[in-house]
Design a protein around this ligand. Structure first.
Ligand SMILES: [Zn+2]
Length: 329
């Protein structure tokens, strides 16, 4: 099998696009999982046109998919572009139905909502977090170039904790809010496989991958505790390589919990010392981000999610002084 495609068992296939060289377009291509049982097929996170769909079409005969399967489902872990984009191809060309959590449905079905969800509601630090219209246009262009365009799709049903599909292998839905509030993981008990979506992101995340105003630290910690209790031998993260071995997986989850608590405690410590700007908090927690603009940008969203949480539980003082926004406890 190609290194881009891994057969995990007779009826489970992992699509993971591996970049051939550094000039290939894009970053962070997500994982997709194909699950097959007799005449039923499911794809968890079909993901991008440029990477995942390209792989799928290279290795699968789409006419056979069209004719040989009577049940065709797409399960989405969450609403973000990189995980959902090519779903419209499967829906339109091959008759797949699309399922996701009810909190993600509107964004999956509407590009405008999908896009604004990434940048709306920075209420407590609106001025610091707001992105100019020009930057938004550039981000949208970059996303389309890397991963392909958004094309309209319809969600036929919503998913919730405890739902299950197929018999062999059975796919169980587990609610794991954090990265977004309607984020789901999919558990396959017979194979002890967990497809975690971006609750575990091994390419970009520190602790939790919190990259938008709806990300939640508290919910994320609860979700990590929840998946730690599952019997998992293979963990497929939203991004990054598959992780194998129960002990290694449990240690990894535990490390993520500790990293999350560590960021939280460091922030509290900084905020208690003296009022700080957002920039000094980001660099205070992640000194390496001072020199790397892309890392700084990602950590900015992460720190915002923590500040949002601290504001809800402890209350923050946010004041304007000499043209600077100062944050303290
Ligand atoms: Zn995401």
């Amino acid at each position: 099998m190609s290194k881009n495609i891994t057969e995990l068992s007779n009826n489970l296939t992992l699509l993971k696009y591996k970049f051939q060289n550094k000039f290939e377009r894009g970053i962070g291509s997500p994982n997709s999982l194909i699950v097959e049982e007799d005449d039923e097929i499911a794809i968890i996170d079909p993901a991008t046109w440029t990477h995942n769909l390209k792989l799928f079409l290279k290795y699968r005969d789409i006419d056979k998919i069209k004719d040989n399967y009577s049940v065709k489902k797409i399960f989405l872990t969450h609403e973000h572009w990189d995980h959902i984009l090519s779903s419209s191809f499967y829906q339109e060309k091959l008759g797949f139905t699309i399922l996701c959590h009810k909190l993600e449905k509107d964004a999956v079905e509407n590009e405008e909502i999908l896009f604004t969800h990434m940048f709306d509601d920075y209420s407590i630090l609106e001025k610091e977090m707001r992105i100019s219209t020009i930057s938004k246009k550039i981000i949208k262009k970059a996303i389309t170039w890397m991963w392909g365009p958004y094309k309209p799709m319809k969600v036929s049903n919503t998913l919730k904790e405890g739902d299950s599909f197929f018999d062999n292998p059975q796919i169980k839905v587990i609610e794991t809010p954090s990265h977004t509030l309607g984020s789901l993981s999919f558990y396959i008990p017979s194979e002890k496989i967990l497809f975690s979506g971006d609750l575990i992101d091994l390419e970009l995340g520190v602790g939790l991958d919190l990259n938008n105003p709806h990300s939640s630290v508290k919910a994320g910690l609860r979700s990590l505790e929840k998946i730690k209790k599952l019997d998992v031998e293979k963990l497929i993260p939203g991004h990054g390589e598959i992780v194998e071995g129960k002990k290694i997986i449990q240690d990894l989850i535990e490390k993520r919990i500790q990293e999350t608590n560590c960021v939280y405690n460091k922030l509290i410590e900084l905020l208690e010392t003296s009022p700080k700007t957002l920039r000094s908090l980001i660099i205070g927690v992640f000194p390496e981000s001072r020199w790397k603009i892309n890392v700084y940008y990602l950590r900015k969203y992460l720190i915002f999610a923590y500040l949002n949480e601290i504001n809800k539980t402890k209350g923050l003082n946010i004041e304007q002084k000499m043209n600077k926004t100062l944050i303290s406890l």
